[in-house]
Design a protein around this ligand. Sequence first.
Ligand code: ADP
Ligand code: ZN
Length: 245
Amino acid sequence: MAEPAADATLRMVVLGRQGSGKGTQAARLSATYGPPHVSTGDAFRAAAASGSELGRTLKSYMDRGELVPDDVVVGVIREHLFGPGAPAGFILDGFPRTVAQAEALAEMASLRGIDIVIDLEADTEEVLQRMAGRRVCTKCGATYNIVDNPTKVPGSCDACGGSLAQRDDDTEDAIRRRLEIYETTTAPLIDWYRQRGLLVAVNAVGDVDAVTARVVAAVEGARQAKAAGQKSAASQSKGKGTLGT
Ligand code: ADP
Ligand code: ZN
């Protein structure tokens, strides 16, 4: 396959259950295509670590496995992605998670819209296993898995040498609660985006590189389809001459 062409203006959303590999794949999409990887979970954990009042509030939701209220999350996204100095494109990981958030995103993205939504498919059994083995670098946030994506030196980050830890919300209760909320509140987004023609489903079971190859192939397919659609729409409107007839 030819090298995918970078495009820092791409706007993508990555959906999937907790533990489906959203963070890892979103970081790789960012490296391949150029737009920044924007993770609401990482942003909230950084705020929590800062110990600010907002951070403490966020942490209380996260540690219970509950969603942070929509208005708070939408406010953060609006400021970072649609305020002054916002990047042209983005790879969103962890947002939207409710239909209300998806509607807010569609409104913020306005005419320009969202280009592609990737759904990383992995069932509950699979992700439960993965989350039990998940370890995160306390310094740079890179994620690993002691079972299927271990570091070269146990307990120490390959990227920065930082020490690894389990996330505060990777307790059994919080994991169960997050997966429950995923089924009731986040899964409906898959249909929401499918109906809007933006969804591409990717099998997220298998080794990390194999999943990345599937994700990139899916993105390339969607980009080609979009380019072909734009071309034919342009030639149709040319043929018609006037709009609206
Ligand atoms: P996971 O996908 O494993 O639950 P994340 O790192 O994406 O983990 O998010 C951690 C926590 O941050 C969530 O459980 C939730 O409390 C909060 N959070 C992240 N994104 C959102 C969002 N879009 N809406 C509400 N809460 C969110
Ligand atoms: Zn690190």
